[in-house]
Design a protein around this ligand. Structure first.
Ligand SMILES: C[S@@+](CC[C@H](N)C(=O)[O-])C[C@H]1O[C@@H](n2cnc3c(N)ncnc32)[C@H](O)[C@@H]1O
Length: 253
C-alpha cells in the first residue's frame, strides 16, 4: 500500500445504500456492539465537545445526547453529511479527516474527545488522520477508535474454516503484517460504486497514536452478539473477536 495515498475515500457513491443499511438508529452491529463500546471508551461528561470523525449519516449523534455533550460530526462525503443534517440534531461539517488543520471550522485544541466509529479503516494515510485528530484535541483530551479487529478480520484475507477431526471451527488468517488497500464490493442494484478499506497490522495503530503524542489507555476486544445454534460456531464466536476498540489520551492536562 502506498504510504501517501490521498485519493478520495469518501462514501458519496454508496451514500443511499449505506443510509438504508444503518437507518436512523444504527445497524444491529452498531446498536448492540459498536456504539456501546465507543461510548464506554469515550466516557463523555456533560458539556464536553465531541468530534465524530467519519461520522457518515451521523448515527452516533443521537446516542451522545444522553451525556449532554456537544456533538460535531465531520465526513468527507457531502451526500452522507446532507443525510445526517436531515435526520439528526447536531452540527455536521463536510471535511477531510486528513486535512482538518486547514478547515476554518475546526479549531485547534478545542475538543475534549474524538471518535472514529467504524471509520478509521476507511481512511488513509493513518498517520495524517491521527495527527489531525490530535490537533483538534485539547491537552488531556481522548480519542476512541472502534474498528473491525485487524488481527482476525482482514477483508478477503481471513475467513472461517472447520476442522473435521477436532470438530472445531477455526479462524484462518492468510496475511496479516503487510498493509493492504482493499476495494470492497459494489453495493446494491441501484447504487453502483466501491469503497476502499485499509488493512493494517495492530502495530501500525499503536505507532501512529504514540507518534502523534497520544498514550493508549484502553483496549477492548469485542465478540459478536450472535448466538449460533451450532456449538462449534458458537464457541468460535465467543473466542475470536469481531471488533477492536482503542482508547488514547493526549499528553498534558
Ligand atoms: C463505514 S462508514 C462509517 C460511518 C459512521 N461512523 C457509522 O458508523 O455509520 C466510513 C465513513 O468514513 C468516511 N471517510 C472515509 N475517508 C474519509 C476522510 N478522509 N475524511 C472524512 N471521512 C472519511 C466515509 O465517507 C464514511 O462515511
Amino acid at each position: 500500500m502506498p504510504k501517501k495515498n490521498h485519493s478520495p475515500t469518501g462514501w458519496d457513491a454508496v451514500a443511499d445504500w449505506y443510509h438504508g443499511w444503518v437507518g436512523e438508529h444504527g445497524s444491529d452491529h452498531h446498536r448492540k456492539l459498536a456504539i456501546p463500546a465507543i461510548l464506554d471508551l469515550l466516557q463523555l461528561k456533560p458539556g464536553e465537545k465531541l468530534l465524530d470523525i467519519g461520522c457518515g449519516s451521523g448515527v452516533l449523534s443521537t446516542y451522545v445526547q444522553q451525556y449532554q455533550a456537544d456533538y460535531i460530526g465531520v465526513d468527507v462525503s457531502q451526500r452522507l453529511i446532507a443525510i445526517a443534517r436531515k435526520q439528526h440534531q447536531g452540527q455536521f461539517i463536510v471535511a477531510d479527516a486528513r486535512r482538518l488543520k486547514s478547515h476554518s471550522s475546526i479549531e485547534p485544541a478545542a475538543y475534549d474527545a474524538c471518535a472514529f466509529l467504524l471509520s478509521i479503516q476507511d481512511m488513509n494515510p493513518l498517520a495524517d488522520v491521527i495527527h489531525n485528530a490530535t490537533y483538534a484535541l485539547r491537552p488531556g483530551g481522548r480519542v476512541a477508535l472502534l474498528m473491525t479487529h485487524p488481527c482476525f478480520r482482514i477483508p478477503r484475507l481471513s475467513g472461517w474454516g472447520y476442522d473435521e477431526g477436532r470438530k472445531l471451527q477455526f479462524r484462518r488468517v492468510d496475511r496479516y503484517l503487510t498493509p493492504q488497500c482493499v476495494p470492497m464490493k459494489s453495493y446494491g442494484r441501484k447504487q453502483s460504486g466501491n469503497t476502499i478499506s485499509f488493512h493494517r497490522p495492530l502495530s501500525e495503530y499503536v505507532t501512529a497514536l504514540s507518534e502523534a503524542g497520544l498514550v493508549i489507555d484502553a483496549l477492548r476486544e469485542i465478540t459478536t452478539y450472535k448466538q449460533d445454534n451450532d456449538k462449534a460456531r458458537r464457541l468460535a464466536d465467543q473466542e475470536i473477536p469481531l471488533f477492536l476498540g482503542l482508547g488514547a489520551r493526549k499528553l498534558g492536562s
